[in-house]
Design a protein around this ligand. Structure first.
Ligand code: AMP
Ligand code: MN
Ligand code: MN
Ligand code: MN
Length: 274
């Protein structure tokens, strides 16, 4: 089993990198990529604490990009995390995330939820606040019953506390991943609710920038969805990736490494890393 997409407490996951690696080891994973949102701080921690894993740790990142008014996530896998272009992109994204978070807090304040920024930072334990942290504030204040409702009523695209963000472009994200020696992969292509035409436009832009892979299986992907994504990979000559997008028990229905297997026609992206 392998898992090339998961999150730690350094972004919006519930487990520390250490707990995540312990869980991966207990589950018998032979390869895991930590792919926190717009940060490699969890990988820095793994290195500095000298954490051990009985398998291969693939350094990764999930970069937020903006494409045709959608937030599209691009995974950088097998990256050199200290590459200067990557360090610069991360700093840029951190600023964008910070100003967005303050605007989200303003929106929530206008809706009667005070000090949401401080509360979200307290929950996150860092300032790289993601929308799930604001969702947890809304749950704590009993404005919504769960995470799903928080996105549906407040934080999701087009809702009252949604703040459009000029994340880096797909081409900048892909170029930076390439500069860092990594492979760029489109994360969860079915999560964006794109028409087939827009999905093809996204893949075309991504390919032109030098992207090489797409997640065929991500979290709860069904067999028919995986088959459809596998066909797109064939058509565009992309490698296939596979990950749980695990954020913690209760936050993800598919546990670490428990996503289904890739369809047999796929070319697994990790096969070329050996
Ligand atoms: P952000 O990077 O702040 O835009 O937050 C994006 C994260 O929010 C994603 O990585 C998911 O973890 C989470 N998320 C996005 N949409 C939903 C949703 N509808 N329900 C629950 N969590 C969501
Ligand atoms: Mn997330
Ligand atoms: Mn994502
Ligand atoms: Mn993710």
């Amino acid at each position: 089993m392998i898992d090339l997409h998961c999150h730690s407490t350094y972004s919006d996951g519930m487990l520390t990198p250490q707990a995540l690696l312990e869980k991966a080891e207990a589950a018998g994973l032979k390869m895991i990529a930590l792919t926190d949102h717009d940060t490699v701080a969890g990988l820095d921690f793994i290195a500095s604490a000298g954490l051990k894993f009985n398998g291969q740790i693939i350094p990764g990142i999930e970069i937020s990009t903006r494409f045709a008014k959608h937030d599209i996530h691009i995974l950088g896998l097998n990256i050199q995390k200290d590459c200067s272009a990557m360090v610069e992109l991360i700093a840029e994204q951190k600023d964008k995330r910070m100003s967005r978070s303050l605007k989200i807090a303003d929106c929530l304040s206008a809706l009667g939820i005070q000090n949401a920024w401080d509360k979200a930072v307290a929950i996150a334990g860092h300032e790289r606040v993601s929308r799930p942290h604001f969702a947890r504030v809304l749950m704590d204040e009993e404005k919504v019953k769960d995470m799903k409702a928080a996105f549906k009523r407040f934080l999701g695209r087009g809702k009252p506390a949604y703040v459009p963000t000029e994340w880096v472009s797909i081409s900048d994200a892909v170029a930076t991943i390439i500069a860092a020696g990594g492979d760029a992969v489109i994360a969860h292509p079915l999560k964006y609710a794109l028409t087939q035409t827009k999905l093809v436009a996204l893949i075309t832009t991504f390919k032109e920038a030098g992207g090489v892979g797409m997640e065929v299986v991500s979290g709860e992907t069904s067999p028919s969805e995986a088959d459809a994504m596998a066909m797109l990979c064939e058509r565009f000559n992309l490698f296939a990736s596979s990950g749980s997008d695990y954020h913690g028990e209760g936050m993800s229905r598919i546990s670490l490494g428990r996503q289904r297997r890739l369809p047999l026609v796929c070319k697994p992206i990790w096969a070329q890393w050996a």
